[in-house]
Every structure is written in structure tokens, then in C-alpha cells.
Design a binder for this molecule. Structure first.
Ligand code: ZN
Length: 180
């Protein structure tokens, strides 16, 4: 029964790691783990701190950052390479692709067993792999629609069908508008 609950099995891994390394079983560490596993998409350490603060848990930002590092070392979480300034994490699991929109930064997880197959048994010279994380960068459907709308508007402006002032909020701002 315990294994079927992802939160409980990750807790077991953390307990074992803390015991093996003679570290304290602080409730805070388990609260960070719980908040991390509740996230459906990759998250930053700041996201976890925000979640915990919103739910009334008083914890320092530094402590959340340290615990996230600990959860990566014990193998419950993995840092996923998604670009951007802030490190992002997800529950460590293989066979997933992260689809990252370069327009709005939205991330979608897509199950893909062929990714795991690709890395299974793959050897690297002078390197021992621990896990893999694969991201595909592109444009989400919302951003694609916005880009099409903007392209259409600017074409109409060029053709004189529409005045620049009719571009509306969603349209790009011309340098002239920025000065005003
Ligand atoms: Zn987007």
C-alpha cells in the first residue's frame, strides 16, 4: 500500500538518507518534500517557499533552498535543465519530456517512454550518469495564436488597411508609442 502512494515512498527515501547520513528528521524537511511533490509541473525553490508561506507554514527561504538541495542529493528530486535564470526541479522520474515555451515560459510534461529507452544502457567515456532530463523548447498554442494575430495586424498596418493606433493592447508597441 505504501509504495502506491508517491508521497509516502519519497518520504521513505528521505528518512533512509537522513538516517544514513546521521542528519536530523526535522518536520520542516518533510514539509518541503510534501510541498514539492504537490507541484504538478517543474518548480523553483522560490515557488515552494511561496506555496508554504501561502499555506501558513513559517520557514526561511534559505532553509527551503537547502532542503531542495538535500532532496536532489537523496534522489527524490532532480534539477531539470529548462533554461532561464532560476534552477527548476521536478520529482525524479525518467521517460518524460519537458515542453518549454520560449514565449511565456510555460512548461508541460509529456510522457515518452522512448526517451528512457534511448538512455538505458548508454555509456559515456569518463562519466557516470545518475539521471537524465530532456527539454524541448518551442512555442505553445497560446503564444502561437498571439504571434499570428500580431503578424496579421502589422501586415494590415503596412498595407494601410489598419492605422497603427488600432493595433490594440495585444499588438506590439511601436517606438513612437514608447516615447509617448
Ligand atoms: Zn507560450
Amino acid at each position: 500500500m505504501l509504495k502506491s502512494n508517491p508521497i509516502e515512498s519519497a518520504e521513505e527515501v528521505l528518512r533512509r538518507y537522513l538516517a544514513e547520513n546521521q542528519m536530523r528528521f526535522t518536520p520542516e524537511r518533510f514539509a518541503v518534500l510534501d510541498a514539492a511533490l504537490r507541484r504538478k509541473r517543474p518548480f523553483s525553490a522560490s515557488d515552494i517557499w511561496d506555496d508554504m508561506s501561502v499555506s501558513g507554514y513559517r520557514v526561511s527561504r534559505a532553509s527551503v533552498f537547502q532542503t531542495i538541495g538535500l532532496l536532489c542529493r537523496c534522489g527524490v528530486l532532480a534539477e531539470v535543465a529548462l533554461g532561464g535564470n532560476e534552477s527548476r526541479y521536478a520529482a525524479r522520474r525518467e521517460g518524460y519530456l519537458y515542453l518549454v515555451c520560449t514565449g511565456c515560459g510555460r512548461i508541460r510534461e509529456e510522457r515518452d517512454p522512448t526517451v528512457a529507452l534511448h538512455f538505458r544502457g548508454r555509456r559515456f567515456e569518463a562519466f557516470t550518469p545518475a539521471y537524465h532530463s530532456t527539454a524541448v523548447f518551442g512555442t505553445c498554442s497560446t503564444c502561437m495564436r498571439r504571434q499570428r494575430r500580431e503578424a496579421k495586424t502589422s501586415k494590415e498596418v503596412k498595407q494601410g488597411i489598419r492605422k497603427p493606433s488600432e493595433k490594440g493592447r495585444s499588438g506590439g508597441r511601436s517606438p513612437k508609442e514608447d516615447i509617448e
